[in-house]
Design a protein around this ligand. Structure first.
Ligand SMILES: Cc1ncc(C[n+]2csc(CCOP(=O)(O)OP(=O)(O)O)c2C)c(N)n1
Length: 628
């Protein structure tokens, strides 16, 4: 691997002295290092390859020891990590106790804001710019945001305030025309590079001459456009939008051309007030497989670097929960014409891509707009549709008010399918679905379920569909136990669990993903020492499976409650509230196992399960404590 220039970068300030040629070599060396590392560890390859030149140019003209650089989402910050004193550790990225896959101020002083969820960079950058001025300092603040992340309302709230305050803030728009999939919405074509192509430029010139010929009005319009930017450049381009927010607009420029980038950044350093630099980049730049299929290489597992081929694992043969959900929903949608499906920029990740293909008119990708997705679904539901909103647990956190105010208060039959409920592994704290049982179970009118396996997910979908009001189903990332799917799934009785294994001493009351390890733990314990341990599958978090809970406390004096959710306010808390409110606590010992009251780091899911004690040995530990 070539590292001639990279070796010389001990501190990011070393980049300030590089020539254009050296910067170009550095970009190539960075690409090579990123590709070879991510081919082993997996990670966000295509986004990071797309901003290599941008990163080098930013560090050439800005000084991260003083200036603040905020990467939106942060999944594209690999080159930045390497160049800000983390090259040695780069091979540990996303590994347990290794570098995080996202910028994190806990990891490095060069990470000026913690990110993972999208569209926060402009607001956070503006906060830092205002703080700078209040403190009488004079460094620069940069926010680098992708066109996908610009679909979220939050980004415009930031732009609006920044323009109003007229603060010095540099926003770099990294426009690659992609979110994870192709970017969506009206603005995506507004940003698009089509505006910079030759045909468009010709059209603009034709428009200009035509306008000039219109007596008075045309001339005035042309003059107005000239005044605002000294040319017609901002006419019908993205510039118009940003100028309306009172930003100085620069672009579009080629985000892989270091000479051009350096020139623009140099000029921008002295511009007062908010500035937006529009760069055009190619997602996956410099690695053919990723350029060809940027969606697949957006976030990828390990692969063969020579060909880009995914390294197959045995578990790849089984369908994961997302796929089971997507295919089951398609089956139901063939029968029920009123089912519509909504994704917030993640049709592939949530398994809705098959629905999108089969029912293009009933599928809506709203962009990275989780709040809007929920209220949009509510609107559809008022008109007799059954919207199914599939969003990762962690991202639905954004829609808390919409869930309460727009859906549940009006008892609208929206179905929420929360993928990635529980620990997700290598993406870490920003992405774990650790809180959904807590933030959903407190909302009136919502039925909340979690399946123990694939056929139960199918049954829960049917159940949710049969309800007159809102329902949510949460399931984990990846594969379930691998049970055969049902060809005719049936609705479940609301608020009823199932006794999977009778017991006389300890009853385990578990929900969702923890049923499989709970059953194994109970079996192993009984084999290892004489004991009688039962297992109940709760199925419902709301309403609680009261009958099964009552039966359990009548047969056993010890209860072990399991959930892959924070213990604070989760399923176990709900059971404890129920037991206390019904005076059932006397003579009963209850232990809860779940996620502790702290943010959980990144690493392989199995390792994290072990860490927090929700694997088989951890559950056995809990059982032993109770039995002792
Ligand atoms: C609130 C939120 N929703 C969804 C995601 C998942 N996500 C991560 S990156 C991404 C696409 C971002 O597109 P863009 O900003 O254009 O960056 P690119 O990957 O194209 O460089 C999405 C949807 C997220 N991180 N945060």
């Amino acid at each position: 691997m070539k590292t001639a220039v990279l070796e010389r970068i001990v501190s990011p300030s070393d980049i300030q002295n590089l020539s254009i040629k050296e910067m170009e070599i550095l970009a190539e060396e960075l690409r090579e290092l990123i590709i070879s590392t991510i081919s082993r560890t997996g990670g966000h390859l295509a986004p990071s390859l797309g901003v290599v030149e941008l990163t080098v140019a930013i560090l050439n003209l800005f000084n991260p020891d003083e200036d603040k650089i905020i990467w939106d989402v942060g999944h594209q910050a690999y080159a930045y990590k390497i160049l800000t004193k983390r090259r040695e550790k780069f091979s540990t990225i996303r590994q347990y106790q290794g570098l995080s896959g996202f910028p994190s101020p806990k990891e490095s002083d060069y990470d000026h804001f913690g990110v993972g969820h999208s569209s926060t960079s402009i607001s956070a950058g503006l906060g830092q710019a205002v703080a700078r001025d209040l403190l009488g300092l004079d460094h620069k603040v940069l926010a680098v945001i992708g066109d996908g992340s610009m679909t979220a309302g939050l980004a415009y709230e930031g732009l609006n305030q920044a323009g109003g305050l007229d603060k010095d803030l540099v926003v770099v728009l990294n426009d690659n025309e992609m979110s994870i999939s192709k970017n969506v919405g009206a603005l995506s074509s507004f940003f698009s590079r089509k505006l910079a192509d030759q045909r468009y430029l010709r059209f603009r010139e034709d428009l200009k001459s035509w306008l000039e010929q219109v007596p008075r009005i045309g001339e005035e319009l042309v003059n107005y456009a000239r005044k605002s930017e000294d040319s017609l450049k901002s006419f019908f381009t993205a510039g118009m939008l940003f100028e309306a927010f009172k930003f100085t607009y620069v672009g579009p420029i080629n985000g892989h051309n270091l000479r051009q980038l350096r020139k623009v950044f140099e000029q921008v350093r002295s511009v007062k007030g908010p500035v937006l630099i529009h760069t055009l980049t190619t997602k996956g730049k410099g690695y053919q497989p990723a350029e060809k299929n940027p969606t697949f290489y957006h976030g990828v597992g390990s692969f063969k670097p020579e060909t880009g081929e995914r390294r197959k694992r045995k578990s790849d043969l089984l369908p994961n929960y997302s796929k089971v959900f997507g295919e089951s929903l398609c089956r139901l949608a063939r029968e029920h014409q009123n089912i519509v499906a909504i994704s917030a920029a993640m049709p592939e990740g949530t398994g809705l891509d098959c629905f999108q293909e089969e029912f293009p008119n009933r599928f809506f990708d709203v962009g990275i707009c989780e709040q809007h997705a929920v209220t949009f679904a509510a609107g559809l539901a008022t008109q007799g549709f059954k919207p199914v909103v599939a969003i990762y647990s962690t991202f639905l956190q954004r829609s808390f008010d919409q869930l309460i105010h727009d859906v549940c208060l009006q008892e609208l039959p929206v179905i929420f399918c929360l993928d990635r409920g529980g620990l997700v592994g290598e993406d870490g704290a920003t992405h774990h679905g650790a809180f959904d049982l807590s933030y959903l179970r407190l909302i009136p009118n919502l039925t909340l379920m979690a399946p123990k396996d694939e056929p139960e997910l199918q049954a829960m979908l049917v159940t949710a569909l049969s309800l007159p009001g809102p329902a949510a189903i949460r399931y984990p990332r990846g594969r379930g136990p691998g049970l055969a799917l049902s060809s005719d799934p049936h609705s479940l009785e609301i608020g009823r669990g199932e006794l999977l294994r009778p017991g006389k001493e300890v009853m385990i009351l578990a929900v969702g993903s923890l049923l499989t390890p709970a059953l194994r733990a109970a079996e192993e314990m009984e084999q290892e020492s004489p004991s009688s341990i039962g297992v109940i599958n709760a199925r419902f978090i709301k309403p609680l499976p009261e009958k099964e809970i009552l039966d359990a406390v009548q047969t056993c004096s010890k209860l072990l409650i399991l959930e892959e959710n924070t213990l604070a306010g989760g399923f176990g808390s709900a059971v404890l509230e129920y037991l206390n409110d019904h005076c059932l606590m006397s003579g009963l010992t209850v232990k809860r196992i779940g996620l502790p009251d702290r943010f959980i780091e990144h690493g392989p899911v199995d390792r994290l399960h072990q860490l927090v004690g929700i694997d088989v040995p951890g559950i056995k530990e809990g059982l032993k404590e109770l039995l002792d």
